[in-house]
Design a protein around this ligand. Sequence first.
Ligand SMILES: Nc1nc2c(ncn2[C@@H]2O[C@H](COP(=O)(O)O[C@H]3[C@@H](O)[C@H](n4cnc5c(=O)[nH]c(N)nc54)O[C@@H]3COP(=O)(O)O)[C@@H](O)[C@H]2O)c(=O)[nH]1
Length: 828
Amino acid sequence: MSGAQEQATSVLIVEDERIIGFNLRLQLVALGYRVTAVAASGDQALKRIHEQRPDVVLMDIHIDGDMDGIDTAARIPDDWRIPVIYLTAYAEQSTLDRAKTTRPFGYLLKPFSERELHATIQMALERRRVEEALRESEKRLSLALDAADMGCWELELPTRRMVRNIRANSILGLPPEEVAGSWDAFLNRIHEEDRHAVDRAFSQAGFTDQAQVLAFRSVLTNGTVRWLKTRAKRFPSPTNGAAFGDVLAAGDEAKVVGVVQDITEQRAVEDELRKAATVFETTHDGILILDVDMTVLAVNPGYCAMTGYTLAQSRGRPVPMVSAQSADFSASVERALRREGHWRGEIAANHRDGHPLALTVEIAAVKDANGLFAHHVMVITDITAIRQTQRKLQHLAHYDHLTNLPNRLLAAERLEQAIHGAMARQQRIGLLFVDIDHFKTVNDTLGHGVGDQLLCAVAQRLRDTLRPDDTVARLGGDEFMVILEGIDRPETAAGMAEKILAALAVPITLEPHELAMSASIGISLFPENGRTRDDLIRAADTAMYAAKDLGRQGYAFYTPQMTIDAVAFMTSLSDLRRGLERGELVLHYQPQVTLDTGAVVGVEALIRWQHPDRGLLGAYDVIPIAEQSGLIIEIGTWVLRQACRQAQAWRDAGLPALRIAVNVSARQFSSGNLPLLVSSILQDTGLPAEALEIEITESTLQSGYRTIKVAEELQQMGIVLAIDDFGTGYSSLGSLKALPITRLKIDACFIRELPDNDDDKAICDAIIAMAQRLRLEVIAEGVETPAQRAFLRERGCSEAQGYLFHRPMPADAIAALFIDGDHRRATE
Ligand SMILES: Nc1nc2c(ncn2[C@@H]2O[C@H](COP(=O)(O)O[C@H]3[C@@H](O)[C@H](n4cnc5c(=O)[nH]c(N)nc54)O[C@@H]3COP(=O)(O)O)[C@@H](O)[C@H]2O)c(=O)[nH]1
């Protein structure tokens, strides 16, 4: 075979009539074609085609065998793309229609000329070349779309058919036939909320030559919703001759060609970016974008509002809050960013106008796509208000709101620290408990406002007296604590106590009052009196009570005996409290008689304690503990009620109307509600007011304006007031005259040595004479001998009480006295 022959177009002839086939071959060769074979049947033809792959097949329709030419052409594989030209002598429509389904490249109606043969073959080859080129271009388009992750679709408007679909199906997640089929099937895949908009945009009226861009959602078969974006343009059908850009008239054949792209991820990123941008713009936190050298690239409005720096003042510069920190700080931030990629901490900084800011700062390093540090993002939160509130709360928790001195909590912490320091330095600490004497009286008489002012003044005096390093704290009420650190000797603590006493002794002016204060100070020493905070506090407290017992206005060092006494006291107190609860307290009554006849005119109620282990205990086992602990208020109330109830019971039992004398302690007397209490007890028991006599000591009446007022109120109620233990106090004649009292009770100590002791005689004479002048009645207590009785009667004392007449006795013994007639006994 020559080279020319090799280049020549190869042709297979399928013709069952030999002579025609032979002539055709001659013609073709003459025209320069190379005839590969002449096949007479379909089977032969297909075999040759497989073996020779000719460029063109000339196929007679009516041939030998089971298959005609059309059937044979239909079996040639599509992808071999071998053009088939039918040769036929007949051209009936049904044959042509059938032939059409095999997409033939031409028809030659027998007989045909050589020119027709050549022209038809050349046209077929040209068409194949064009189709090949188109296929190639579509392939490249498909590759390009693949690379761009896009799909392409083509809608034929009049038929609403999708006539082309390159990758669109995979983007829509659909089987190819669905998209390639109808526009409505395509629409069905679109989210129902977006469907109408898509249909309107691409298939309905109003579509111009402008490209339309639309984002919409499609729903995949598994229910997943994806965001798609399509850009489409309407093109006129090439057949109607309209130019691109012409607005087509209705009915014009036209196509819409579009590309589709899945933008779900892109949209998610955009959403995130949009959110981030919103956060950036609206958050109150400051956000800064910095370059790798920590120079500001951008700041958000939150940063500007927080710091006072504008974007223009910030861009291209370091962050002022960070650059104002120490070099060590910057180094540690850099290190953390390099190692861990972030840093978080709190800094103290300043606003541009200078006011202080407390900020938490978070810096994160941002890497680029190559893994290199590209930026830093800094987020700043203003916690100034939080820190200020914390400081305020801290202050409230640790400082006394009235005096602004450290409170009990802080004092305890400071003492703890002082102990640690003293241990390390082998030093001594002096702990002083300062309790203002009679502060309650100030509160009760002048009111709490003055009391508060006084406490503030005392706090100031203490501060002024002590060194700045010493701690002065208010523990509560009128109690203050002083911690003296690093003192060399106990005498130093004593010296400080004296200084404090002297400072407080200077009268304090609280208009219109001028108050002279005193205090009782207890001192404990570290390490002598305790090595722990609680031990030292306990010791100073105990010592303070000892100072009070010693007469107040002084100081006392702690001694171990104080603890022993305190423990004994606490034991007795709890014993007494239990006794009160269990009803072990009882009253005995000692008759009071007229000296003339010895007749019983009254009784004094005296407390006794029927102790389960110790037997019947006297008033001295009850009253001092009760006084010291404050339990006297409760016990005194019980005594008053019990005595009145008993007195009324005797009356109800037919005994003569006896006066009942009840001892009332100073604390109870000045408690403020005594008149009210007495009034309610009288009302409850039914005892007439004039039957009750209240005995108070001289010192009780001398304790101030308030007690005199109470005495007056009681007198106005009809109650008799007697001054007990008279002569042992310092009542002046003047004051006695002004006081609302009825009776003086000469103290037993002046009676004891009568009539032998001249001093006692003189005192008794004076008291009796003075009482007569002031029209006061007099009773002598502790009368034990007839000589004492004789002396007193002779001097004009009208009544007496003592063992000579009757000892204190239980209530039923008093009743028996009257039944037996002993109450009229005139002892000679
Ligand atoms: N606030 C209260 N004080 C009370 C109450 N009950 C008693 N007291 C006071 O306690 C002090 C001691 O009282 P008491 O031990 O009861 O002694 C009284 C008499 O028993 C005792 N007395 C009476 N006559 C004689 C006597 O001839 N010789 C002698 N040696 N003692 C005698 O004197 C006490 C009565 O004292 P007074 O009240 O001063 O008249 C005492 O101060 C009581 O006041 C109470 O309930 N509340």
